[in-house]
Design a protein around this ligand. Structure first.
Ligand SMILES: Nc1nc2c(ncn2[C@@H]2O[C@H](COP(=O)(O)OP(=O)(O)OP(=O)(O)O)[C@@H](O)[C@H]2O)c(=O)[nH]1
Ligand SMILES: [Mg+2]
Length: 326
């Protein structure tokens, strides 16, 4: 019998979760930027090998989300990922501190799933052994006090590829035998291609716009015409205020052209070199990030208190076809 199970990847914003997922899968299914709170929704990364299948759940960074809206949705996504995985990879940036980890510890305490604590970005902390030591003892104590089953603490670097093979090897040991959740062995994610397309645009918004602006942006695919040659994609970028629209477009349209160009390249690479036409437009949807109805329309479905769901069902409606390889 082959193995089959889920590993949830959680941690604070910017801890390196998506980078680690992409490395393990050998494919850029999750967008990565230097800005915190890049990942907005759960993304599954499916690793199928002769010994079985691990479904990784990349999650938005866990933070204190008092104000509701999109932030509450993001934390909800992480909480859902912690419903009964075989294992949790809990990533901690060595520059963090116990008080910054409170919100994560709280969710881990609720979850009771077994945890491996991973100090990420190991290539950066060569000169900080004392800092790691202190954080290790603080977090180990906190886990014990809260009844969080902490199996192991290790250091990794996704960028340098250090410690990850060994981590994966040991993680397989925690995966039980069972039928594969995704029997199509070529499938690498639960999301349809158009989700990845929207994410590649969002990635460029994070990379090319100033500090706060990307958080006010959402991307919706309005047209995806596979019969057209080249493949024709039209996407709408939603911003929250009129003043933001001009900033996304830039002087004489230079900004949006550059965003479109880079996003198109990323999309073409993701689709294995297929040529793509990408049209971008910008529209104001007032304060969408705080408006429950607008959030729902964007596919960011906040939990309805009594509705029952499968443990790892996506909140966003997804056709879940075979995803593209990159
Ligand atoms: N030096 C170094 N940087 C890393 C490493 N892993 C990730 N990073 C960087 O850390 C930043 C954040 O990485 P992400 O993978 O987007 O982090 P995340 O935890 O998914 O962030 P959110 O989605 O915002 O919660 C990016 O600039 C990465 O390049 C690493 O091993 N070493
Ligand atoms: Mg991420």
């Amino acid at each position: 019998m082959r193995k089959s199970g889920f590993i949830a990847i959680v941690g604070r914003p910017n801890a390196g979760k998506s980078t680690l997922l992409n490395l393990v899968l050998g494919s850029r299914v999750s967008i990565v930027t230097p800005k915190a709170q890049t990942t907005r929704e759960r993304v599954l990364g499916i690793l199928t090998e002769p010994q079985g299948q691990i479904v990784f759940i990349d999650t938005p960074g866990i933070h204190r989300a008092k104000e509701g809206g999109i932030n509450a949705f993001m934390v909800h996504e992480a909480r859902e990922a912690l419903q009964g995985p075989s294992l949790v990879w809990y990533l901690v940036d060595y520059r963090s501190a116990l008080q910054h980890e409170e919100a994560v510890l709280k969710l881990l305490e609720e979850s009771k799933a077994p945890v491996v604590l991973l100090f990420s970005k190991g290539d950066l902390f060569a000169n900080n052994p004392d800092k790691i030591k202190k954080l290790t003892s603080d977090l180990t104590e906190a886990a014990a006090a809260r009844g969080i089953p902490l199996l192991d603490v290790r250091e990794i670097s996704a960028l340098a590829g250090r410690g990850v093979d060994q981590l994966l090897k040991e993680s397989w040991e925690r995966i039980p035998e069972g039928p594969l959740h995704y029997p199509d062995e070529e499938q690498i994610s639960d999301r349809p291609v158009r989700f990845f397309v929207a994410e590649k645009v969002r990635e460029q918004l994070f990379l090319q716009l100033g500090d706060e602006l990307p958080y006010s942006c959402a991307v919706q695919i309005e047209k995806f015409d596979e019969n057209a040659k080249p493949l024709r994609i039209e996407a709408m970028i939603y911003v929250e205020r009129e003043s933001q629209k001009g900033m996304v477009i830039g002087k004489g349209g230079t900004k949006i052209r550059s965003i479109g160009e880079q996003a198109r390249k990323q999309i073409e690479e993701f689709l294995g070199g297929q040529h793509v036409f990408l049209g971008l437009k910008v529209k104001v949807l007032k304060e969408w990030s705080r408006d429950a109805e607008a959030l729902r329309r964007m596919g960011y479905n906040l939990p309805e208190p009594k509705k029952k769901k499968g443990p790892h069902a996506s909140s966003r409606k997804s056709a879940a076809p075979r995803s593209a390889t990159s």
